[in-house]
Design a binder for this molecule. Structure first.
Ligand SMILES: C[S@@+](CC[C@H](N)C(=O)[O-])C[C@H]1O[C@@H](n2cnc3c(N)ncnc32)[C@H](O)[C@@H]1O
Length: 377
């Protein structure tokens, strides 16, 4: 019997060792992607320069500022890289319950693991996320996406002391919605899975202590659909408010990890607020069930977002793509009572406001409640 127990423990230990190893490799991979930002981006500028050198001299004469503009772009890339260096500085100590000290051996890792284009795209997306969450340029986008959710939460809990209301924001991105809810006095936790986002939100929330103390050039990688050449090198300042200005009594945290794995304890939250999150699931029904499970009886779920389904049409990834109508049907079948039904909200997402190409989402927003008494049907 004792041997059996030992064996089980050994299996568990091996599993845990494998998990730790995978986590370490993942951490190194993401860090390396950030570290490659400068050389990766400069290579793109070099390609533009090469194309310029390849066209007839007469054509080159028609565009005398082309190379100067490339020089400006290079300067902006170098500047962005300085911000990235700050983002990843001390990254190994970012988590309260874990250190990655042993994983940060820069030169060695760079040689071992060149980043994929996918990871490099994530780095560039992370830069744009600063615009959405922490710059005045993102204000309109935030008004469209976050304000209706905050207004709804305020209305739902208007009769309660906010410090007694526990709110969870899964897929929190750079943390602005969760921060704003904490600023309203709610006990708020943001949950995020991506290390790109976690490193960046850690930088804003814990290391930025003055309004607009940093500059980024988020559109530098947009080579097409620029009206003016200078549009590509437009700066933004961040953070537009001081993230350390939360009242001392506020209860605000960010938790790292997969939403489905981290949140398994039932009846914990008074409210779950999801914005542009639902469609990140392989199986959206699991998200809905988990939200139902972690809400206290009588708790509310406020959702706003499109149904882009991040895993749709990605090779070897499973993805269940339900329509909004089907999502709402599942929401009810899981046990929720729909309080407000599929209101349409028009918004952008990390959109360059002056680009000649504009994407717009017509999101659905709904509010539903976990009944006080479990549904007997
Ligand atoms: C489209 S972004 C939206 C971010 C933020 N809510 C906003 O509106 O800007 C979706 C976010 O969910 C995160 N995410 C995806 N799957 C997740 C999971 N299983 N657990 C936690 N976060 C997840 C992604 O990393 C990403 O930051």
């Amino acid at each position: 019997m004792a041997d059996d127990v030992d064996e089980v423990e050994n299996f568990q230990k091996n599993d845990n060792d494998d998990d730790d190893q995978a986590e370490r490799e993942h951490f190194i991979r993401i860090l390396n992607a950030f570290k490659f930002y400068r050389s990766h981006s400069m290579r793109r500028v070099y390609m533009a320069e090469k194309s310029f050198n390849g066209i007839p001299q007469q054509h080159q004469k028609y565009i005398p500022h082309f190379l100067d503009n490339l020089k400006t772009i290079q300067t902006c890339i170098s500047h962005n890289y300085e911000i990235i260096r700050l983002i990843i500085k001390d990254a190994e100590y970012m988590f309260e319950n874990k250190t990655h000290e042993a994983d940060v051996k820069p030169e060695e890792n760079l040689k071992q693991m060149p980043p994929t284009n996918f990871d490099m795209d994530k780095v560039k997306t992370t830069l744009k996320q600063f615009v959405r969450d922490w710059s005045t340029s993102g204000e309109e986008e935030r008004k469209a996406c976050y304000d209706p959710v905050i207004a709804e939460v305020k209305d739902l809990f208007k009769d309660r002391d906010p410090s007694t209301v526990a709110v969870l924001v899964p897929g929190a991105g750079l943390g602005r919605l969760a921060f704003e809810l904490a600023r309203c006095g709610y006990r708020c936790q943001g949950n995020e899975w991506s290390l790109f986002m976690l490193l960046a939100s850690n930088f804003v929330l814990n290391k930025c202590t003055e309004v607009n103390c940093f500059t980024l050039y988020p559109w530098i990688h947009q080579w097409t659909n620029n009206k003016l050449s200078s549009d590509q090198t437009q700066p933004i300042k961040f953070p537009d408010i001081n993230p350390s200005d939360l009242p001392p009594t506020s209860d605000f945290s960010m938790a790292a990890g997969d939403f489905l794995e981290v949140y398994q304890t039932p009846d914990v939250y008074d409210c779950v607020a999801t914005v542009f999150f639902l469609d990140t699931a392989h199986n959206v029904i699991s998200y809905i069930e988990t939200i139902y499970n972690i809400l206290k009886p009588g708790g509310y779920w406020v959702n706003l977002g499109p149904l882009l389904y991040h895993y749709a049409d990605i090779e070897n990834e499973s993805s269940i793509e339900l329509s909004a109508e089907e999502v709402l049907r599942v929401v009810e079948k899981v046990g929720f009572v729909i309080k407000k039904d599929a209101k349409e909200i028009s918004s952008t997402y990390t959109q360059n406001p002056v680009s000649m190409l504009q994407y717009r989402y017509i999101s659905v927003m709904f509010v539903c409640q976990k009944p006080h008494e479990p549904n007997s049907s």
